[in-house]
Design a protein around this ligand. Structure first.
Ligand SMILES: Nc1nc2c(ncn2[C@@H]2O[C@H](COP(=O)(O)OP(=O)(O)O)[C@@H](O)[C@H]2O)c(=O)[nH]1
Ligand SMILES: [Mg+2]
Length: 631
């Protein structure tokens, strides 16, 4: 078993450089592994597809990806770079800087590969000092500007130890692979092993994968179970981020898992066909053709390639040296995260024309050129890797989101996101309400609106309990019952309360407006005159004014409404309750008719009243008799 000692750092290294400059030979000299394994590669003597090796250095485990240098196979080259930590840029002493040296460097730059070592190869054939001077010049201003340069000759086995030393040194300065609980394996090979079934290999980032775990293959949304894993050709229980990993997915069909698929446990959202991004064009691109709005391109993302159309946000073309916001309409669905880097090549796949970083992976749901979206994208583009900026922009645009869904597809763990939300809460830029997080300014404005509506209701109808909760919900316009509930609970946490379907200020006491005094006095008098057998409701409440008075008396609890026909004073109701309980206790289970005689009332009143007592749990009906429910 390979050790997964915490002290051992796992990183992925990829080669880069022009064809025939000795990349494959150098990897063999470093690792002892010949990465050109295809028969065609052997026959032609060039690398066509990705090759893989492993290099163990003190404290460092390097997964090695050897890429093809030939321009015909750039797409395979980029597929290997989806998630690498450092580059080994190779330049032959006898050949110097060549077109794919330049193109590969631009690609590394776009992908923000900041760490690397430069090897001058075939030093037995040329003058490395002259090449080194040229290299320093060419690397100026690029992500590899500070990379050490090492002279090597695979033919004469020279410089290999120096190269290992340089790699160890650079490797030591790279932070360990991030474990954010969001593993993604970018599939670059799929094959079937007799007796084992389907195996996929790729570079694992963002989290670990374990044996027995259920994973999703994206974008095809296939579910699969991991039966076995290998890291660097050894069986393991858990594969760690930053390692080359093979997964045995026995129940899947290899035909359904093309290169470019992503194996993940992240289920928070779906793959989509539109992505908003910040595009950047290197000033070094020659010939300096513009990238036109609406152009068809190839997008290389992870180990996948997509045909796509580029919509520039606010310009007609993007020139070398410029950057701008764009929407990519993809020919097939992609599962991308905010902050992911990608490469854009022209439609015919001859030239690398731009790089980009994802600002919004769920662009399908948004209108590209709305002012809101514009503000969102422009602000996000200023710092696409800054978590606080991501949270702030998301909340400004969406106003409110379930906490667990916010930035689910980003390079940050749930804990990091929760901490960022909490920081914003303390800075009073965000509020947390139950399971939701909201933009503070928006939330306070909504609260203000709700409070104004409650106050207006109190002013207009002092006799009522408060603002009907159904009306309040409609007024909020949140279109989400859980969120409405959270809002109301938050409102009722202080100063407000909710009862009988109404929201009111806690200080609000319903008072009868003078205009209803007469009507309510009449109802009270009529109920008091015959407390146990009052006149029917329709006689007591004959008009709209009486109706309002009744509503008030009922909300204050003074009058009890029994169904559509009967009103009782609360006082009478309480007395009858005592009498019913007392009678049954003394005489045993009683019929309606017996109780009616003892109470001196009518069936019209007594039947709905007993039903109410049943509901309240005082009495229970057995046949035609009522007994007391024993609790
Ligand atoms: N003289 C000499 N030839 C080399 C050296 N390294 C590689 N080669 C040869 O250069 C050719 C291309 O090497 P290869 O590793 O396939 O280049 P790649 O296309 O960059 O992977 C092969 O014929 C190698 O034998 C070296 O250090 N010195
Ligand atoms: Mg090669």
């Amino acid at each position: 078993m390979p050790d997964h000692k915490p002290s051992l750092k796992h990183l992925i290294l990829a080669t880069a450089g022009h064809v025939d400059h000795g990349k494959t030979a150098l990897i063999k000299a470093l690792t002892g592994i010949d990465t050109d394994r295809l028969p065609e590669e052997k026959a032609r003597g060039i690398t066509i597809d990705l090759g893989f090796a492993h290099l163990a250095l003190p404290g460092l485990s390097l997964g090695v990806i050897d890429v093809p240098g030939h321009e015909d196979f750039i797409r395979n080259m980029i597929a290997g770079l989806g998630a690498i930590d450092l580059a080994l840029l190779v330049v032959a002493a006898d050949d110097g800087w060549m077109p794919q040296t330049e193109e590969h460097l631009q690609i590394l730059n776009y992908l923000e590969v900041r760490h690397g070592v430069v090897a001058i190869t075939k030093c037995d054939l040329g003058d490395p000092a002259r090449i080194a001077r040229d290299l320093r010049e060419r690397l100026r201003g690029t992500s590899l500007r500070e990379a050490p340069i090492v002279d090597t000759s695979a033919r004469e086995s020279k410089g290999v130890d120096e190269l290992k030393h340089a790699l160890a040194l650079v490797g030591a300065s790279i932070p360990p692979a991030r474990e954010i609980g969001k593993p993604r394996l970018f599939v670059d090979r799929v094959f079937t092993v007799r007796g084992t079934g389907t195996v996929v290999t790729g570079t694992l980032t963002g989290g670990s994968l374990a044996r027995g775990e259920t994973v999703t293959l994206q974008p095809q949304k296939l579910r699969a179970r991991i039966r076995g894993l290998q890291s660097h050709n050894q069986s393991v229980e858990i594969a760690l981020p930053g390692t080359r990993t093979a997964l045995n997915l026995p129940d899947t069909d290899p035909q359904q898992i093309p290169r470019g698929s992503i194996v993940t446990t992240v289920t928070a959202s779906e793959a989509g066909r539109a992505v908003d991004a910040l595009l950047e064009r290197s000033a070094r691109i020659t010939p300096a053709r513009p990238l036109k709005n609406g152009a068809g391109v190839q997008v290389h993302y992870g180990s996948a390639r997509f045909a796509a159309r580029v919509l520039l946000f606010d310009r007609r073309e993007l020139l070398p040296g410029e950057s701008g916001i764009a929407r990519l309409h993809l020919a097939k669905r992609a599962f991308v995260f905010i902050g992911d880097r990608f490469i854009i090549r022209d439609a015919s796949g001859r030239q690398t024309i731009a790089g980009g970083v994802v600002l919004n992976p769920e662009a399908e749901q948004t209108k590209f050129r709305s002012p809101l979206e514009r503000a969102f994208l422009e602000m996000r583009a200023t710092a696409p890797d800054d978590l606080k900026n991501l949270v702030v922009t998301q909340l400004r645009r969406d106003q409110v989101r379930p906490c667990n869904d916010l930035l689910a597809r980003s390079h940050f763990s749930e804990q990091e996101i929760a901490a960022a939300i909490d920081l914003l809460r303390r800075e009073q830029m965000a509020v947390i309400i139950g399971q939701f997080v909201a933009d503070a300014a928006w939330w306070h404005a909504l609260r203000k609106r709700a409070i104004a509506a409650v106050d207006a209701e109190h002013a207009a109808h002092p006799e009522r309990a408060g603002l009907d909760v159904v009306r309040l919900r409609a007024l909020l316009g949140l279109h989400d019952v859980e969120l409405e509930d959270a809002f109301i609970a938050d409102l009722c946490a202080q100063d407000f309360s909710s009862a009988q379907g109404a929201i009111r200020r806690r200080t609000h006491r319903p008072v009868l407006p003078p205009s209803l005094n007469g009507a309510s006095a009449k109802i009270r008098a009529a109920l008091a005159a015959h407390p146990f057998d009052p006149p029917p409701r329709r006689e007591l409440v004959a008009d709209a004014t009486a109706q309002q008075a009744l509503r008030f008396l009922s909300e204050t609890g003074e009058v009890i409404i029994l169904g559509d026909e009967v009103l009782l004073s609360a006082d009478a109701c309480a007395k009858m309750k005592l009498l019913v309980a007392q009678t049954i206790r003394e005489r045993g289970p009683s019929t309606v008719s017996e109780l009616r005689q003892i109470l001196g009332t009518t069936r019209r009143v007594l039947v709905p009243l007993l039903e109410r007592f049943d509901r309240e749990g005082l009495t229970i009906r057995q046949g035609d008799r009522r007994s007391l429910k024993i609790r």
